[in-house]
Design a protein around this ligand. Structure first.
Ligand SMILES: [Zn+2]
Length: 539
């Protein structure tokens, strides 16, 4: 059976959908007889490049053109439609990209068109796929094409073409076809073919085809072929095409954003049970998140979103429930997950783990995770919840008032002086380092994990009773997000004081500080010896 796509492929400019400007320009050239020698049609798949090239090729040679359209009735047009017109040569460079393939074309260039026709037209599809030497050979012909030759080059990837080719062509960029136009065309086909299908099913097919008419029509073809009932609904389409409903993705996004792991896992599980492919599922989910991200910033549906207005309103509403940073974080993490899935058989486990990780940003220090967390805090504040970001040391400011000190260093020195009046003992320092996890865990929720992973290094010759907290790179970049991370030092001191009833000074040493020791290995005994010696001197 002939595919719907072939059957309904436009054979004149009037029926080409969604490329009005290009069609108008090309028709004008035919009417005026002012065609060029080389054209470059670029654009994504299924936007009509080859279809327009074929119509244009016929129009160039048709003796009876009507308003720039080929008549499709004369022997020239008929032969072209049958694929037997020797003046129209087509080459698909995706599968014939060698020097020999191009040489065959070059050899034909010199011969005049047969049957008294005006031009020889060469349509080269996916021209960017020509191999290096083939492209070189072709370029020479393109530089000085014979008077009777027209090249129509089509490509999905014009950036891969050398500037020398680009500069010799009239360039036409084929846009993605908008949803409304695709739906209207699908409707026409359905009516002509007596396919009984709901409008929202057609909308869904169009939206899932990324602006490609060809893709939309082949989807309709598949749905028609596999449908078991008379009336086709959106549910039939979802099942037959194995596509996940956007409503499921909305549910999933909400669940992950609200740390509702149970729902997230069950949405995935339902979809897989219905036979969806897990990689496709992940890709489509990323695409949904990408659409949310775009929808956040725009007021009107734009071409690249590829959705109808009413679905845009829905998407826009959904996008307002989730922050930009969180979306970016989700997209980045899931893109990494897709790569992991390529090399591992446990694809489901990997994806589920990713969902759990996304739903629990506190397990992750990635920059975007931090932003996601900050965002949740901001949201909590807006909602009137008291959310204490950092425990501020109560007396830090009071001290500042009575005895203003110019720098952090000075403050520290003063404190050390105070300290020396009540020297700490070996047992006390040991107690603090042994209880480090407890002390670290008592800091605010946000800093807790960073502190627990940092290493306390007790004392040095100059500053006995001082504990340097070495924060690794990950922790450092995290802390830098907060203006007042320094207040952690006070919080640690307070917590340690509860254990040994004495003040100890904590100083954060960040990974980019010259005092930072990479891969620190230290022995408590060494450190204690030093402190002992210093404390002894004091006394
Ligand atoms: Zn004709």
């Amino acid at each position: 059976m002939e595919t719907l796509y072939r059957k309904y492929r436009p054979i004149d400019f009037d029926t080409v959908v969604g490329q009005d400007v290009i069609v108008k320009t090309l028709r004008n050239q035919i009417v005026k007889g002012s065609t060029a020698h080389a054209y470059l049609f670029s654009g994504t798949r299924g936007t009509g490049k080859t279809t327009v090239a074929k119509i244009f090729a016929r129009a160039i040679n048709c003796p009876n053109e009507i308003n720039g359209n080929p008549c499709n009735e004369c022997p020239t047009c008929k032969a072209a439609l049958d694929g037997t017109n020797l003046n129209i040569v087509e080459l698909d460079a995706a599968s014939n990209n060698g020097v020999d393939d191009i040489r065959k074309i070059i050899e034909q260039l010199e011969y005049l068109p047969r049957d008294g026709e005006k031009k020889k037209v060469f349509i080269i599809d996916e021209v960017h796929a020509l191999s290096g030497s083939a492209a070189q050979a072709f370029l020479k012909s393109l530089e000085e094409p014979p008077e009777h030759v027209v090249f129509i080059l089509a490509t999905t990837d014009p950036n891969k073409l050398p500037e020398t080719v680009l500069s010799r062509c009239q360039k036409y960029n084929f846009k993605r076809i908008n949803i409304e136009s695709i739906v209207a065309y699908l409707k026409r086909i359905s009516e002509a073919e007596k396919i009984d299908i709901d409008e929202d099913a057609l909308v869904f097919i169009a939206e899932k085809s990324d602006g490609s008419m060809r893709e939309s029509i082949s989807k309709l073809d598949r749905v028609r072929a596999y449908a078991s009932s008379d009336k086709l609904t959106k549910e039939n389409v979802l099942d037959i095409l194995g596509i996940v409903d956007d409503d499921d993705f909305s549910k999933l996004t909400k669940a992950i954003n609200e740390s509702d792991i149970e729902t997230a896992i069950s949405v995935l599980s339902d979809c897989l049970e219905r036979g969806k492919d897990i990689s496709q599922f992940t890709n489509d989910f990323i695409w949904h998140l990408r659409n949310l991200l775009i929808a956040k910033d725009i007021k009107e549906p734009i071409e690249s979103l590829n959705i109808t207005r009413s679905n845009f309103e829905k998407l826009k509403k959904e996008s307002e429930l989730i922050s930009k940073d969180v979306l970016i974080y989700f997209i980045e993490e899931l893109s990494r997950t897709i790569n992991l899935m390529k090399y591992d058989e446990n694809r489901r486990v990997i994806l589920e783990t990713a969902f759990i990780r996304l739903a629990s940003p506190e397990t992750n220090f990635m920059e975007t995770a931090v932003m996601a967390r900050l965002d949740n805090i901001e949201k909590a504040q807006k909602e009137g919840m008291v959310y204490k970001i950092v425990e501020r040391a109560e007396n830090a400011e009071k001290q500042g008032d009575s005895k203003p000190s110019n720098s952090e260093e000075e403050k520290l020195e003063n404190k050390i002086k105070e300290m020396k009046l009540t020297p700490v003992t070996m047992e006390e320092i040991t107690k603090v380092t042994e209880n480090w996890k407890t002390i670290a865990a008592s800091t605010s929720k946000i800093f807790k994990t960073v502190m627990m992973e940092s290493k306390p290094i007790p004392g040095n010759e100059k500053e006995p009773g001082l504990i340097e907290v070495q924060v690794d790179e990950k922790g450092t970049s995290f802390l830098r997000k907060f203006d007042d991370y320094k207040s952690l030092e006070e919080a640690l001191a307070k917590s340690a004081e509860k254990i040994i009833n004495k003040k100890i000074i904590f100083k954060l040493v960040l990974a980019d500080d010259k005092k930072y020791v990479k891969n620190v290995t230290w022995s408590l005994d060494d450190a204690i010896e030093k402190i002992d010696a210093d404390v002894g001197e004091e006394e």
